[in-house]
Design a protein around this ligand. Structure first.
Ligand code: SAM
Length: 431
């Protein structure tokens, strides 16, 4: 169905006051709440060849007596003949209505109006229902025309099912390019939206984690293992905005690593090491300032043991893959950081969860003795969640997207669940 802008046109009559042109401002001010007050439409009309103007009144003002009592002065001016009461036909067109209003007028009665959408840079991403699909191009066009920052509208055509957390999309309106350029936390990112994961709603969460873990002063050098780094919303700002943090960036998706490199260029990061194979830890991983280490695309389950085996200290490990983050934690099995003389990483793992209970059930069962030891060791009760962050990915299995922060126990965990001796509040997360 094509967009016929004339179909949304609306005409109606309103009461108007013909007032001396020089007093227009006074009338507009004193009658402000009783004026037509339609967005993107003036309340005044010129009257050609006269020294008068028309002040358009609200649609609720049907006659001059229906003005509120504090507007009695108008009635006096009308009685004295200084002001004339007349009628005016208002025409409202496509440009006067919001996207939601336009769609309400054009879509069949009773159909849910798709008024909200996700946005990544210039791309608006809709998630239309089956019933809305016959109108998808019309909807796309309206969203495009009514939102200045939107240059492209796409519709998600399937669930996020790939391990790379991407989703199939079809172009609905605007420019065909889905190569997005955007800014988050003072850093630029560019990527092909079809090939990598991005969710602008995580901006606050990215910022909060970076600030809590890496922006506060610390005597010890902090080393982040960004295990599922995507295009770098943790790693790039952490390296750019801090001094003295090393970030090891890893992702399974080769496209994520490709676009991560692009963001390195855009942000002119001074210290970057790109590796084909991880060497043993040496001084080059300890430069002045912060360092980003880009690892070849790979599985987090190999990335963590690899860093361990090559004796790279990791003070913080972030797993932002809520659909499977908990499973990935198995990679710590058998890694005895104390024995290796390495710091035990603080693990931040995101998960979809409808509450803390299910996750804790999973972790506390087999790990109960370890948790008790951990509690003594850390002096803090295990099992307190760090924070619920808002909203999951679009179409995610569950609405909540939760971050858990855990400290590894001394010794090598040998069974699932033995990793955690506490979860902590943001204030308690410093290594
Ligand atoms: C939800 S996205 C998060 C990306 C990024 N941290 C962000 O906040 O935008 C999860 C990322 O994990 C990557 N991924 C999936 N399975 C992985 C695995 N086994 N090892 C490493 N990365 C993985 C995906 O390619 C995707 O980029």
């Amino acid at each position: 169905m094509a967009l016929d802008r004339s179909k949304v046109e609306e005409r109606f009559e309103v009461l108007a006051l013909e007032v001396p042109a020089r007093r227009t401002g006074e009338f507009l001010k004193r009658l402000a709440p009783n004026l037509l007050n339609v967005a993107r439409r003036k309340n005044v009309e010129s009257l050609p060849d006269t020294a008068s103007k028309l002040i358009l009144l609200s649609r609720t003002v049907t006659d001059i007596e229906s003005l509120p009592s504090d507007a009695a002065w108008v009635e006096e001016l009308v009685s004295s003949g200084a002001v004339k009461v007349t009628k005016f036909e208002v025409t409202l067109g496509y440009e006067h209505f919001t996207a939601e209003e336009v769609l309400r007028k054009l879509l069949p009665a009773g159909m849910e109006i798709p008024s909200s959408f996700e946005q990544a840079g210039h791309v608006a991403h809709l998630n239309l229902r089956d019933s809305q699909l016959p109108y998808k191009h019309l909807i796309g066009q309206v969203i495009l025309e009514k939102n200045k920052s939107v240059k492209t509208v796409v519709n998600k055509t399937g669930k996020i099912e790939t391990e790379f957390r991407t989703f199939p999309m079809e172009h609905l309106a605007g420019e065909p390019s889905t190569v997005v350029c955007l800014k988050e936390h003072q850093c630029f990112f560019e990527f092909e939206y079809r090939d990598v994961y991005w969710n602008s709603r995580l901006q606050e969460e990215h910022g909060r984690l970076i600030e809590t873990l890496f922006m506060r002063s610390s005597p010890a050098r902090r080393v982040l293992a960004d295990c599922t780094c995507g295009v770098g919303p943790f790693s790039i700002p952490t390296t750019k905005l801090t001094n003295g943090v090393v970030s090891h960036a890893n992702d399974l998706n080769p496209a994520s690593i490709h676009w991560l490199r692009r963001s390195v260029e855009l942000n002119k990061l001074p210290h970057v090491l790109e590796l084909e194979e991880l060497p043993f830890h040496s001084e080059r991983f300890d430069p002045e300032g912060s360092l980003l280490v880009i690892h070849p695309p790979g599985d987090a389950r190999q990335f963590i043991p690899n860093l361990f085996e090559k004796r790279h200290p990791v003070t913080h490990a972030v797993f932002n893959l809520p659909a499977a983050g908990v499973e990935l934690l198995d990679c710590f099995r058998g890694l005895d950081y104390d024995k290796q003389g390495l710091p035990r990483p603080l693990v931040c793992c995101y998960t979809f969860s409808d509450g803390l209970a299910s996750l804790l059930r999973e972790w506390t069962g087999p790990a109960a003795p370890a948790l008790a030891g951990g509690a003594k060791d850390g002096g803090r009760r295990p099992g307190r969640h760090w924070r619920h962050s808002s909203g999951g990915a679009p179409g995610a299995q569950c609405g909540t997207h939760t971050a858990y922060v855990l400290r590894l126990l001394p010794g090598a965990p040998t069974h699932r669940g033995a990793y955690a001796n506490r979860s902590a509040t943001g204030e308690e997360t410093e290594a």
